[in-house]
Design a protein around this ligand. Structure first.
Ligand code: BGC
Length: 900
């Protein structure tokens, strides 16, 4: 028994000896403590918990030498070549299998398995596990994940068993990137690696008594899937199906065509890459959605509407047609002119094709692809078919994503805001498919770094993304090291040009590359785990060392073009980078912020020299930024929402509050002049509302602060284009890439980049959680109270009602337990009531919207428990605020002729 005498109750390092490969241990815990009624727990009674249930941990294969298996592939390459014979276009999937016998009942059995491609495994005809697109996408040259399955119950004792695997090209060998893309980015052959280890009943914890591993004794054949690609979809010829191929108990007749289709496999050289048991949850089917409507398009096509834009695939429940009958299923996110709107998919075909046999097709869904869609166009099956007509019960959509536990919920009295929040959740689900992607439907679906940099804090509230993003961050630093310290735009980095192409120059970029500092920081703030900071630390320093600086050696080199405020709504459809805010200014604002965060990270990790160095550099950067971009009064040379938002949020003004007050008033003015429309792109969108509501630190600014709070609500509730609610007025069920992906006249935006499922602009949900709902991680005022530490050890509760919102509820499952805050306005809006739950071993700083409070209220610290709060309330300012383009309404005519 190990006793730990400290207050930590999460992220306790493993206290016992290091486990060896395959070793198992059982753990249970008991906590001793006091029931605390105050933050220091002094007046509480002593309480011990009961022992928890036993939890079992088991080490995977930790050493390369544990692998006896070899990678195996088809003896004949199944690639289909381009017409001119110049390149492999795609691979026909392959099936691999091995039959073996076991003599006695196994005690335990484990299957360790991965693929060059994506795979599904079967034992005795039954699917092993329920993972989709395994082994998932990593930077394969560095790391290839394998999965571990407990198959103890799937083996046949005293008899013949079959281990079978189907492999398709996946990300490993499939086409990646836009236009014609790059096929075979990681390798020219698909294959699998499998090691089945069986322990007899009397030696469960010693050596395995039998190991079955992939080697030259296996056999292979072509799959009845003629093609299966991520962008283009899957083609299945049921007539080539071989029933029982994965189960030796149902062997095909020796004389049949199937029997002769099996050949000896070939072995492949063991790749250099690290093999690791996947640290991230797998992709799974997480939901099933029924169609809401089946209808005919103007041109007579059969269309199916699922009512929700989603990521996944169809499942056909039951269909019988004559042998040779072909079903063609095309997917798209929108309709245009009443027909399937496939133009935004660019070169991705997103089409599944099934050729039926004389047998019924039952519960069939494609194996190795996924699509981003709300609508499906079905050819070969319609509502008017005499036999087996297509109905809403004939098929469903399976929703696929990384199986991350949901942690954050939000609900308020405004239905449009609730739908907006739902859309953010759907876009998170849709773009967390093994890696964090930009979009899930067109010929990209890539790990664009800027998108997750902007959206990370929102994702880390809505879902437990520690495993998935922590895993992806490892690839960020590995791929970065390959590029001499330059963080790739996309991770896994497939912009290197694959075999012979060059897709993007190797060039550092603010906002995108900032991910190497800001995402680990986000994860630390959300989960409190310093391991992620350690692991990325060298990459962070490399980035800040190699980025090209101006002559002053501080700011970014102004000659370098920056993506910066990408997709500013004023940028023309064909030039999304042409933002109204100067790109270098945006880059420099981020650089000062990132350098400050870097100093804090260095401090947390105990690197004092680095902490001081980056602190000093950040101060110099702030000075340089002011010299370069700020007027003496506090205005900024790019007079835009993004420029002002970033300088306010990143605290770039001098400490004298007047400059900040000028900028804050100016930002309010720009918001009113824009008729409350959004004028920000990727860089400014996560900052605009928080900058309107960040505390001014000066009591004299209380009125301005209150007005800006109302402006923030007004902006969020704006329905015209561009705004967050505009897409909802157009029926959006996910967050769009562009503010106007669908134009007000119903046409799809003509720009090349027009996805209807991009999460970046959904970063506004973080403001909704923090300001409307009232909860946010860490004590933001860390100078006054000491850094709250990561992981919601100390969090802030400060609901700030405004606009027409009269109640809100936020729940968040932190590492310490459930945080819950629920408030409402009562007595005709004159009183504020709040119920709060603070989980064990954490504290909250509570600041109420008390009409009678003094403006320097620093809040009350409360420990774990349930609380009820109540106070007087009055609206922070007139509602609704007025725009600044309606004549002279705002002007005080009394001022005319008076000298001040
Ligand atoms: C992606 C974006 C990405 C951008 C950068 C686009 O194609 O979809 O989300 O960040 O390119 O250039």
């Amino acid at each position: 028994m190990i006793s730990l005498a400290n207050q930590d109750n999460v992220l306790i390092p493993w206290q016992s000896e290091r486990l060896e490969s395959r070793e198992r241990a059982m753990v249970r815990v008991m906590a001793k403590g006091v029931a605390s009624t105050t933050p220091d727990g002094k007046d509480g009674e002593a309480v011990d918990t009961a022992w928890s249930e036993w939890a079992t941990v088991e080490a995977a294969l930790l050493d390369r030498s544990d692998w006896k298996a070899q990678f195996i592939s088809s003896s004949k390459c199944t690639a289909v070549w381009s017409k001119d014979g110049g390149r492999k276009e795609y691979f026909r999937p392959i099936r691999l299998r091995k039959t073996f016998t076991i003599d006695s009942l196994p005690g335990r059995a484990r299957l360790y398995i991965t693929a060059l491609g994506v795979y599904k495994a079967y034992l005795n005809g039954r699917r092993v596990g329920d993972e989709q697109m395994a082994p998932g996408w990593t930077s394969y040259a560095h790391r290839l994940q394998y999965q571990v399955f407990d198959v103890s119950e799937m083996l046949r004792a005293n008899g013949v068993n079959t281990l079978a695997i189907e492999v398709a090209e996946g990300w490993y060998a499939g086409r990646l990137l836009w236009h014609e893309g790059v096929p075979c980015f990681y390798g020219e052959e698909i294959g699998a690696l499998a090691q089945l280890e069986i322990y007899s009943l009397d030696s469960i914890d010693s050596e395995p008594s039998l190991q079955i591993f992939s080697d030259e004794s296996w056999e292979w054949r072509e799959s009845p899937m003629l093609a299966s690609g991520i962008y283009d979809g899957e083609t299945y010829d049921m007539r080539e199906e071989e029933d029982g191929w994965a189960d030796a108990h149902m062997p095909p007749p020796k004389s049949s065509k199937s029997a002769s289709s099996w050949h000896k496999v070939k072995t492949l050289p063991f790749p250099q890459t690290d093999l690791l048991a996947s640290p991230s949850p797998p992709v799974r089917v997480k939901d099933t959605i029924s169609p809401v409507r089946i209808f005919e398009s103007p041109s007579g096509k059969t269309l199916i509407d699922f009512g929700q834009n989603l990521v996944g695939k169809l499942v056909i429940h039951n269909l019988s047609k004559p042998s040779g009958h072909v079903l063609t299923i095309r997917h798209a996110e929108v309709l245009e002119n009443g027909e399937l709107g496939t133009r935004p998919l660019r070169s991705a075909k997103a089409t599944d094709t099934i050729t039926l046999s004389s047998k019924p097709l039952t519960e069939y869904s494609p194996h190795f692809t996924f699509h981003g869609f709300r609508y499906v166009e079905m050819s070969g099956w319609s509502r008017s078919d005499a036999e087996c007509p297509l109905t809403t019960d004939s098929l469903s959509a399976l929703v696929m994503h990384t199986d991350m536990p949901r942690t954050g919920h939000f609900h308020c009295s405004n239905a449009q805001l609730n739908r907006l929040h739902e859309n953010v959740v759907w876009s998170t689900r849709s773009n967390f498919v093994s890696i964090p992607t930009d979009c899930p439907q067109r010929d990209e679906r890539l790990g664009w770094t800027g998108d997750i940099q902007a959206f990370g804090p929102t994702a880390a509230f809505l879902f437990d993304v520690a495993g998935m993003l922590g895993n992806w961050m490892r690839d960020v630093v590995l791929d970065q090291a390959d590029e001499g310290g330059v963080v790739p735009f996309i991770v896994p980095n497939v912009l290197k040009g694959g075999r012979d192409k060059f897709f993007w120059p190797r060039v550092p970029q603010a906002v995108w590359d900032d991910v190497v500092v800001l995402l680990p920081w986000t994860l630390y703030v959300a989960y409190g785990d310093t391991a992620i900071l350690h692991q990325a630390y060298d990459g962070m320093k490399d980035y800040l060392t190699i980025l090209p600086r101006a002559d002053d050696g501080l700011l970014w080199d102004p000659d370098l073009w920056q993506l910066s405020d990408w997709l500013d709504p004023s940028a023309p459809p064909d030039n999304p980078g042409l933002s109204r805010t100067d790109g270098t200014l945006v880059a420099d604002a981020y650089l000062t912020h990132v350098t400050r965060i870097m100093s804090r990270i260095a401090g947390i990790l105990g690197h004092q020299d680095d902490e001081a160095h980056f602190q000093a550099q950040a101060e110099k950067l702030v000075d340089a930024f002011r010299r370069q971009y700020m007027t003496a009064a506090g205005l900024v040379v790019s007079d835009s929402q993004t420029a002002l938002a970033l300088t306010l949020l990143f605290n770039l003004h001098p400490s004298d509050p007047s400059g900040r007050a000028t900028a804050s008033a100016r930002l309010g003015r720009l918001v009113r002049r824009a008729n409350f429309k959004v004028s920000t792109g990727f860089a400014g969108t996560s900052a605009i509302l928080p900058s309107l509501t960040c505390p001014s630190s000066s009591p004299s600014q209380a009125q301005q602060e209150a007005q800006n709070l109302q402006l923030a609500y007004r902006m969020l509730l704006e329905t015209g284009c561009p705004s967050w609610i505009y897409p909802i007025t157009q029926g959006a069920t996910t967050i769009w890439e562009r503010w106007d992906s669908m134009l007000p006249d119903g046409r799809v935006n003509p720009g090349e980049m027009t996805s209807f499922n991009h999460y970046a602009l959904g970063s506004v949900a973080t403001w909704m959680h923090a300001v409307i709902g009232g909860v946010s991680p860490g004590d933001l005022d860390e100078k006054a109270r000491g850094d709250g530490g990561g992981g919601w050890k100390r969090f802030r509760v400060q609901p700030r009602p405004g606009g027409d919102v009269t109640s809100a509820k936020v729940d968040f499952l932190s590492r310490y337990g459930q945080v819950s805050c629920c408030w409402e306005l009562v007595a005709a809006g004159s009183r504020f009531k709040m119920e709060l739950i603070v989980p064990p071993n954490s504290t909250a700083v509570v600041i109420l919207p008390d009409a009678e409070k003094t403006s320097d209220d620093r809040g009350k610290v409360v420990g774990s428990g349930r609380y009820h709060f109540e106070c007087a309330f009055k609206q922070p300012g007139p509602w609704p605020p007025q725009p600044l383009n309606s004549g002279y309404d705002d002007f005080d005519f009394g001022k005319i002729g008076k000298t001040r």
